[in-house]
Write a protein that binds this ligand. Structure first.
Ligand code: GLP
Length: 241
């Protein structure tokens, strides 16, 4: 595993954006696995700047997002489709037809997961998967569990995740209780995994995930088994490593 320690969130964001841009330069029609959450926002801003400067071209890129809340419309400002549009897709020349996020309003979420799996199988393997990490070690929305779920599935969100994400909603009651998420096996099949972490509040879980036992109770710990992981974090998040 390669680890980059940066001074602060801004520097972490620049590094993550540069690595994503490098992937697109090396393979213009690459498959990018993309993530949401507050961590990658700065990296997406920087990617938009690189695009505007003419340094990166997304015209052939295909993207697959990790997850989506069950029940949120793509126009809901907390849906992950909306997040991707407003933070990245609307500002670069990616073909909208080449972007994939699970459909939150699908009538049958289980069927939507099967459809999404097929999309991943048709496009994959993912060349570079970007990941953030929840405070309980979740990746995508793979919550602590007794087993590593393999493919895209419906998940009941952990109470701690609902609380953590309540800051984006009017109240915790409005946070959806379920989500659809890419499975751990799919994430592990990505050729390269890029984990971004920031802030002191992530230091404990970063330590657990990367130096503790590999267990589905800490979903990110499985990344210890991946042959090509790059961890980029500010010094606060990596302070306990
Ligand atoms: C969310 C997302 C994850 C994200 C995580 C951390 O619940 N489903 O993909 O990595 O929480 O979010 P943040 O970056 O805001 O700490």
């Amino acid at each position: 595993m390669r680890i980059y320690v940066t001074e602060d969130y801004q520097a972490m964001s620049r590094k993550v954006a540069n690595l994503l841009a490098a992937q697109v330069m090396i393979k213009p029609d690459c498959v990018l696995g993309l993530a949401t959450g507050s961590t990658p926002v700065g990296a997406y801003q920087r990617l938009v700047e690189l695009y505007r400067a003419g340094d990166v071209d997304f015209s052939q890129v295909r993207s697959i997002n990790l997850d989506e809340y069950v029940g949120l419309a793509p126009t809901h400002d907390q849906s992950y489709r909306y997040f991707m549009q407003s933070n990245l897709f609307d500002h670069v020349n990616i073909d909208p037809a080449n972007t994939n996020v699970p459909q939150g309003l699908a009538e049958d979420p289980e069927a939507e997961c099967r459809r999404y799996n097929q999309v991943i199988h048709d496009l994959g393997p993912i060349d570079l998967q970007l990941l953030g990490m929840g405070h309980n070690g979740h990746i995508g929305f793979n919550e602590p569990s007794d087993v590593f779920e393999r493919e895209t599935h419906v998940v009941d969100l952990a109470q701690s995740t609902i609380q953590a994400n309540a800051r984006f909603f009017a109240s915790a009651d409005e946070v959806p209780r379920q989500a659809m998420t890419m499975g751990v096996q799919t994430i592990m099949q990505a050729r390269k995994v890029l984990v971004a972490v920031s802030g002191k509040d992530k230091a404990e879980i970063v330590k657990k995930a990367f130096t503790g036992p590999v267990t589905p109770q800490v979903p990110a710990s499985i990344l210890q088994m991946h042959p090509d992981v790059v961890l980029v974090g500010d010094k606060a998040a990596l302070s306990l490593l």
